[in-house]
Design a protein around this ligand. Sequence first.
Ligand SMILES: [Zn+2]
Length: 581
Amino acid sequence: MDQNENPGLGLDTPPQKGEAYRVLARKYRPQDFTGLIGQEALVRTLSNAFAAGRIAHAFMLTGVRGVGKTTTARIIARALNCIGPDGKRTAPTIHPCGVCEPCVAIAESRHIDVMEMDAASRTGIDDIREIIDGVRYAPASARYKVYIIDEVHMLSKQAFNGLLKTLEEPPPHVKFIFATTEIRKVPVTVLSRCQRFDLRRIETPVLVAHLKAIADKETVNLEEGALALIARAAEGSVRDSLSLLDQAIAHQEGAAISAESVRAMLGLADRGRVLDLFEKLIGGRIAEALTDLSDLYDRGADPLAVLQDLLEITHFLTRLKVAPGAEGFFDGGSGEAKRAAEMATKLTVPSLTRAWQMLLKGLFEVRDSVQPLKAAEMALIRLAYAADLPPTDKLVRDLMDGSSAPAATRSAPAGSGGVRAQARGGEGPAMSAQRAPEPTASIQNAPVLRTLEDVAALAVAKGAPVLKVHIENDMHLVSLEQGKLEFRPTARAPRTLAGDLAQKLKEWTGLRWVVTVAREGGAPTIAEAKKNANAAKLESVLQEPLVRAVLDRFPGAEVIAVRDLAHDDIATETQEPSEES
Ligand SMILES: [Zn+2]
């Protein structure tokens, strides 16, 4: 396709001025098996097969999207067809040279004997018949004719049947490489004729080390924590992690990419700070909790992400209660993990399940709200207020006993007396906790997406931070209506962006989405718009007489952030350039 890396090296010099920007995922695409990180089992098995001269006729590569199935398929095709730098190699090799004509042509997807086909777009028997007919003829120049069929599970039943005959008795000069994300949809009859490889998600530490090596080569400075955040968000996909790294580099401000800026890019909140927030909520300290929330928001955390983190903390604490030693949300042994464990001992399971329900309800409200921050505040206020109330089981018991429930009556109209008053008094937080939200019902109401910000928020809500980053940074929106979205991608956008987005939107909204790519036009990206707005705000603040006086008084000081305070005055932070905030 459109890659043009120095073959064999995989890693070359950074692009010169004027040269088109090449995204890291493409620049560092592995060229041979040694560059394929985290797939040792596959490499070992293939090496043995090649060494023994027992190479399968068909391979089936499975794994989630982004683990490197297509890349692996191309490397296998090269291994089969490499003729060596001197053109004299006569047999397949597990170490393709990367510089001979077949190697180069295959890497660029233009080798006449290596056919790549996407079964997602060509599912019919006619498409397969084309292949079956071609199989009979010897390769034009290569050792083997190689058919790479991506998303093979999408083929129709008829197409599979057609393929099966060829798979049963393939001519010796033909190899098939299938790739799929959904192995269970591939008929067993086909599977049984393939050598199967399960490509794994790359473990976070391995991914961090890989990113570190690439960052060093690109002479990019990153905080350790920043890499870990990127690796975790990429969920084991090298491609995703590299494209996030690309974005982080593009938006770098200052000497090094900080963990905080990556967190802001991903819309994540600092977990330690979310734990603080949770502690305040559970303790009923409403005002402090709201300050925390707005502070997190100012630092770029999405209100939805904050609620999700609160839910995760609740889940984590509840698990700690029923099965001590459970880990997950916090890195084991960290200060936060210890604090959480302490917190868990003070809380009851009923109060935690109540918090869970209230937060879950809040999550749906925030997701569907046009003012997510306000919706989040309301959800937190309810939760903090409910913290004062006795657990619902106690309320019910008190009702049955006919005794009074002091905490619940405080908002009840005075003098209405007795059991009825208690029930009405509970109409506030207690009842909303009891009337458990029904998440399934909420999910069925497909969210209405009016703006690209809505789409980004939905991606966050659905736990797709990588896609969220691309929506905010890589899409110039041309038009958006229900079921239809058109955008112009930036140079950094992954080529799969439109397809990925269409698939996810369908999954999330239950509607069919057509996502098209425009060549020109479109609004500034969300990230650009935010940056422009901030710049404009900063500019206007710099015109304020007070600010100018301060800047005159402190030579070398600069305004680094503008924050709106509650009372509508504009506050500025002035800081010596040498100090880090
Ligand atoms: Zn070669």
